[in-house]
Design a protein around this ligand. Sequence first.
Ligand SMILES: NC(=O)c1ccc[n+]([C@@H]2O[C@H](COP(=O)([O-])OP(=O)(O)OC[C@H]3O[C@@H](n4cnc5c(N)ncnc54)[C@H](OP(=O)(O)O)[C@@H]3O)[C@@H](O)[C@H]2O)c1
Length: 429
Amino acid sequence: MVSTAIASRSNDLYELGDVPDLGVVPSKMLAQLIRPERFGEPIDAFKQEPVEIPELGPRDVLVYVMAAGVNYNNVWAAMGIPIDVIKTRMKKGEKEAFHIGGSDASGVVWAVGKDVKNVKVGDDVVVHCGMWEPDDPWVLAGKDPMFAPTQKIWGYESNWGSFAQYTKVQDHQCVPKPARLTWEEAAAYMLVGATAYRMLHGWAPNVVQPGDPILVWGGAGGLGSMAIQIARAAGARPVAVVSGDSKNDFCKKLGAVGVIDRRKFEHWGKLPRWSDDIEYAQWLKGAKAFGAAFWEALGEKKSPTIVFEHPGETTIPTSCFMVETGGMVVICAGTTGYNATLDLRYHWMRQKRLQGSHFANDEQCIGINKLVDEGKVDPCLSRTFKFDETAACHQLMRDNKHPSGNMSILVNAPVPGLRTLDDVRNAKR
Ligand SMILES: NC(=O)c1ccc[n+]([C@@H]2O[C@H](COP(=O)([O-])OP(=O)(O)OC[C@H]3O[C@@H](n4cnc5c(N)ncnc54)[C@H](OP(=O)(O)O)[C@@H]3O)[C@@H](O)[C@H]2O)c1
């Protein structure tokens, strides 16, 4: 890519929250870096370091980051599994031997490449994490860019994510920030919200419909909290699965018609072989009991038309078993493991669909942003961290000890509760 010199540079490194004049870009920035020699538990993997601010390509945008969202992908990046994101990029020719993660951001457009038309310096934006090359023939042909060979996730597969004072993104990643949200609320929802939106609205004919019973795994988590609200906004009836009594109310307030406590069941994990009569019968008993718990939570003997999946290995046999005839299990992750087992007899006879899904295209990001802007989906911000707590909040997530909903990190916004650049300039710190 031909790089575009940034129009106005100063030679300084600014402290967090010290705001240069609009459009003046310092030469360096503070970032929370992962380096290969620190791969392991997130608490040890992230460290604050100064780095050069990158040049922009013609369709790139430099965003002054007010707040960054916390997602599971940078738990994986910190651990170096299932892939070493730094090595993967260096193999493709990138020179930086570090990773600046962060796949959610709110902030202000600070500089733009020469061909950027949709945003200008000074715009308040939320950044989505879908990247693809603008000259990719697949994209130019108008096909879904999430299937494009050049598609990647910003702040995970790409460098220059939002755990830094500035982030480099592509123009189409920027959507208008809903004005009523604080910077930290605006950074919380896009990755999980847009992923959930594609899962529930993107796979016709299995799209969420009024009245549909929907099963949502991890209802109090980042994805799950979005899925409950998106399903509700479409008039469907989501039933959430959680572990822990304290999460019931949280899910019900978001719109779940019922909640199931997964700790009451023991049949989780890989499906036993169909010919192992005793083990299989035991598994079937557990799966049927879970199905009955779904009917009870729903208040009606109907199975889910869509199962919203992401735990993966431990839950997918149950999801595939209980989904309605002609229904869909849609899955975007394998948090508990990557081997999926299912009983194919139920799958073909009842003509079910097992659909992989990954993030979202621009239209789907705009779709979730609209629902948030209209107040139909709450960002579910549960806790806000300081920049130097980037490692700590990822460790909480890794240990499944993080609070319900979504977490944000204040980057240049000095305190919570601010909504504009002027708020940040005028804030007492
Ligand atoms: N492909 C994509 O585009 C995409 C996008 C976003 C996220 N993801 C992935 O999706 C996964 C979840 O992300 P998230 O942000 O929702 O994480 P999260 O906030 O940690 O929520 C995950 C939820 O899963 C539940 N869970 C944990 N262990 C479980 C188990 N053994 N069985 C059933 N449920 C279990 C937990 O709820 P309870 O303990 O209350 O049940 C937890 O709240 C991650 O692996 C992430 O990387 C993928």
